[in-house]
Ligand binder design. Structure first.
Ligand SMILES: NC(=O)c1ccc[n+]([C@@H]2O[C@H](COP(=O)([O-])OP(=O)(O)OC[C@H]3O[C@@H](n4cnc5c(N)ncnc54)[C@H](OP(=O)(O)O)[C@@H]3O)[C@@H](O)[C@H]2O)c1
Length: 250
């Protein structure tokens, strides 16, 4: 019997990770839904996928704990019965600091969740036996990496590290039939600002209002289809990056 097409999405209990997992389930993937605190969100998504006739399993892991991320691949494989062929590293922590306030805690926490965990997940993906015939790994960056946002020092350093890991992994895994890419979202969902402030900022981007999770899901589908696009970052930001110094839209 053929192996099922298994996709693992980290941070699938809510927001963008959830939207990506919903999209992949709709496309027929058997879903491994990773979560940490959002147990209710992950479980309700698994129930919804099963109600539609799909298959899904939830896996909890705190990705700030060093040495644990890679196990998610073998746990997903064992639960769902085959190698993971799609890995979406969406989980991410977001914190405010700058060079002045930078602490060992904020640096290591954000590096562990946002850079080390995706890197070790990519390593575990690469070590799978059997190895998926057509693998895809997608990492999540941030459009604001192209300008300096001094109040997110550790966060952006972790995303720069992830950008490097993505490109190095793409180089290493290309000959094995696996593509490794990234999506750099812009103002998709509000984080620490009000909805009103978010809407005002989104309206200032060249493309204007309306950018949302469906645009990110579309980018994921593009990477899964385009078998010779690798080491690439697709910016999904309504043109925000074109605003140069105004990129941060304050
Ligand atoms: N939303 C945007 O507009 C936007 C803009 C730029 C970049 N991005 C990037 O796109 C990705 C998804 O964005 P988002 O807004 O959906 O992210 P988010 O809400 O900030 O976080 C996504 C997930 O990360 C998980 N997470 C956080 N700390 C964790 C930990 N210690 N261990 C395990 N999981 C942890 C959370 O899981 P639990 O809830 O289960 O704990 C959460 O579901 C992120 O990589 C983000 O940097 C998003």
């Amino acid at each position: 019997m053929e192996n099922p097409k298994i996709a693992l999405v980290t941070g699938a209990g809510k927001r963008l990770g959830r939207a990506i997992a919903e999209g992949l389930a709709r496309d027929g993937y058997v879903m491994a839904l990773h979560y940490n605190a959002s147990s209710a969100g992950a479980k309700s998504l698994a129930d919804a996928i099963r109600a539609e006739g799909g298959r899904a399993d939830c896996i909890r892991q705190d990705l700030s704990e060093p040495g644990t991320a890679g196990d998610l691949i073998s746990r997903a494989s064992a639960a769902l019965g085959g190698p993971v062929s799609v890995l979406v590293n969406s989980a991410s922590a977001f914190d405010t600091d700058n060079l002045e306030t930078l602490s060992e805690r904020s640096w290591h926490f954000l590096m562990n969740v946002n850079a080390a965990a995706p890197a070790f997940l990519m390593q575990a993906f690469a070590r799978q036996t059997p190895y998926p015939a057509e693998g895809s790994i997608i990492n999540m960056l941030d459009t604001q990496m192209t300008s300096a946002s001094p109040d997110r020092f550790s966060y952006f350093c972790s995303k720069y590290a992830l950008d490097g890991a993505m490109r190095l992994a793409a180089y290493e895994l290309g000959s094995r039939g696996t593509t490794v890419n990234a999506i750099a979202p812009g103002l998709i969902l509000p984080s620490d600002q009000s909805q009103e402030d978010f809407d005002r900022r989104q309206a200032l981007t060249p493309r204007g209002p309306g950018l949302g999770p469906a645009d990110v899901v579309g980018a994921v589908r593009y990477f899964l289809e385009a078998r010779h696009v690798t080491g690439h970052t697709l910016v999904v930001d309504g043109g925000q990056r074109l605003m140069g110094f105004g990129n941060a839209i304050s």
